[in-house]
Write a protein that binds this ligand. Structure first.
Ligand SMILES: Nc1ncnc2c1ncn2[C@@H]1O[C@H](COP(=O)(O)OP(=O)(O)OP(=O)(O)O)[C@@H](O)[C@H]1O
Ligand SMILES: [Mg+2]
Length: 374
């Protein structure tokens, strides 16, 4: 499966633009602020129904416009599938696949797998545990339709439990039966989510180590571990243990919404220990491992979006990475970079067959295609 073409209307700095892509490697080059990353975000949006970079569509719609529209044609061996997304921020959003409106935005998720690697990921993955949970969630929702339902159910019940705790605290009351009813209904989605996360990290870990070894030339030993309060206790016991604290703080202080991933390098905490290039290699490997897992679980090649990945990597890591990308059985790949000449040299050397685009102030033009073999 690959994205054959895309049409952007009033999307970020694009007024109206159409692009036809290569089914393999696509390289987008141009100066800072021209709109390279915005194209990757448009591709991501067509796969997952939301922006990777912005929390709301009001940041996505072109300044001065009320709406934006994205159209993408995906091709597999069979018939093409056309996805149209129309959004009027603050008002409504619609997604159509082959002219048929989807009932829920979430129904798009999982049809077209997509993995993005961007420079922001490094600090995101190191800062809040929420980002690390997002990484886990984002991986599993794309391969397991029940996961999203369980996640939504859990979040809804968590809100309900928190609001009960707040009501009790505010009114100096307590209704254990009412609280128990909500707590008990959280048990089933918790177990489901916990098991899926455990399974993911179990699968991810060896692939991640392999990717890191390939990119770094096995320079360091790295590790990821899943950390969850549900590891040794079931949810009901956990809630019983934290009840006094929950009542005092008027919120649910324990549960799978506190899950985390622990990252290490040579046995030390990653954040305190690693250099910038090592961090970058770490996050790259994590995302490439995500790609492999999604690929093997779904049996299809996700789209890979690589935003500015060569920045801060030394020459040998860049070469290793490209060799990995080229030899690693990836499907369609999008790469952005500011240096057209460096990209051309690298791509000619390693890939050979690709499309190159020049991005300039919201305009995309194809620079060269399929260079002739020598
Ligand atoms: N909603 C929007 N409406 C209009 N312009 C926008 C919107 N969102 C972002 N932009 C503009 O898009 C441009 C940034 O595009 P983008 O991030 O794709 O650049 P880039 O080519 O990836 O640059 P860099 O090389 O620095 O990463 C900026 O000029 C920004 O002001
Ligand atoms: Mg960019």
């Amino acid at each position: 499966m690959h994205l054959h073409s895309i049409r952007l209307t009033q999307f970020r700095n694009y007024e109206a633009e159409s692009i036809v892509f290569h089914p393999g490697f696509n390289v987008l080059t141009g100066a800072n602020g021209m709109g390279k990353t915005n194209i990757l975000d448009a591709v991501y949006y067509l796969c997952l129904g939301k922006s990777y970079f912005s929390a709301g569509d009001k940041f996505v719609v072109r300044h001065g416009s009320e709406f934006f529209r994205l159209e993408g044609t995906f091709r597999e061996s069979g018939n093409p599938e056309k996805v149209v997304i129309k959004s009027l921020p603050g008002n409504r959003k619609e997604i159509e696949v082959n002219g048929k409106k989807l009932e829920r935005i979430g129904d798009l998720v999982g049809r077209y797998g997509c993995v993005i690697i961007s420079p922001d990921d490094i600090h995101l993955m190191l800062e809040g545990s929420e980002e690390r949970r997002n990484f886990i969630n984002n991986t599993i929702v794309q391969t397991d339709t029940l996961y999203l339902d369980n996640l939504l159910l859990y979040t809804q019940l968590l809100k309900r439990r928190n609001s009960l705790l707040k009501t009790f605290a505010d009114g100096h009351t307590f209704d254990p039966l009412l609280l128990d009813t909500v707590s008990e209904s959280m048990a089933a989605p918790s177990v489901f989510i916990h098991n899926k996360r455990q399974e993911l990290v179990r699968m991810l870990s060896p692939v991640f180590n392999q990717c890191y070894g390939a990119i770094s030339g096995s320079a360091e030993q790295v590790g990821i571990t899943y950390q969850s309060q549900l590891e040794n206790r079931d949810l009901i016991t956990l809630f019983a243990d934290t009840l006094a604290k929950d009542r005092l703080l008027a919120r649910t202080t324990a549960g799978i919404h506190r899950d985390d991933l622990v990252f290490t390098m040579d046995g030390e905490p990653l954040k305190a220990f690693a250099s910038q290039g090592q961090l970058k290699s770490f996050v790259l490997s994590l995302k490439l491992a995500q790609y492999s897992i999604m690929q093997s679980v779904s049996g299809r090649d996700p789209i890979l979006l690589l935003d500015d990945i060569f920045d801060k990597l030394d020459h040998s890591r860049v070469q290793h990475l490209l060799a990995l990308l080229h030899g690693g059985g990836y499907g369609q790949v999008f790469i952005t970079d500011t240096e057209a000449s460096r990209m051309k040299t690298i791509m000619d050397q390693v890939v050979g067959d690709y499309h190159m685009f020049e991005v300039s102030k919201g305009n995309v033009s194809e620079k060269s295609s399929d260079p002739q073999p020598e």
